[in-house]
Design a protein. Structure first.
Length: 170
């Protein structure tokens, strides 16, 4: 099934924050520059990630999906982000490429998770953001190979995992 979304206006309108978690503030329009700015503030600080400045940009009916889970609604999305924060000592993200076409923003990234008891683990992936007609993130789909990136850091397992994939799927 192919879904066609109406184009999001590219004008520099300012939206009022309607997210009940924060006091009302003016929000910048979501575009490539805003996404790079928001994501760099979220992940590239010393210590744990902080999403508090980015939550107001998410629609109350956000649908988030990745390799592990599907989350619906802002409350469950915030809870998921908080769980990730608790599990890691530090989380860094580098956006290596980003593009926008109408209401879709896609970016490629390298995320390094530093856990409490395990060595740091880089994960390579892409994110697709869908912007609603009223300018909020209504959909986020993260694509990555969780097990392959983790197994690459465990001696001998990376080769075994890759051989398995080639044998079964390639």
């Amino acid at each position: 099934m192919h879904i066609v979304y109406p184009a999001v206006k590219k004008s520099c309108y300012i939206r009022k924050n309607r997210n009940p978690m924060n006091t009302p503030t003016e929000l910048k329009p979501l575009n490539i520059d805003t996404i790079k700015e928001l994501w760099s503030q979220t992940y590239n600080t010393a210590g744990k990630p902080d999403w508090s400045h980015i939550f107001p940009y998410y629609h109350k009916d956000i649908i988030f999906q990745d390799t592990i889970q599907r989350i619906e609604g802002i409350d469950d999305f915030v809870a998921m982000c908080n769980r990730l924060t608790k599990r890691t000592n530090e989380l860094n993200m580098e956006i290596t490429a980003i593009v926008q076409k109408e209401n879709i923003i896609m970016f490629e990234w390298t995320m390094t998770m530093i856990f409490k008891k395990y060595p740091s683990t880089p994960i390579y992936g892409c994110t697709k953001l869908t912007i609603s007609n009223d300018g909020y993130i209504i959909g986020q789909r993260d694509y990555y190979d969780l097990w392959g990136d983790i197994f690459n850091n465990i001696p001998h397992w990376g080769k075994i995992y890759r051989r398995f994939l080639v044998k079964k799927f390639g």
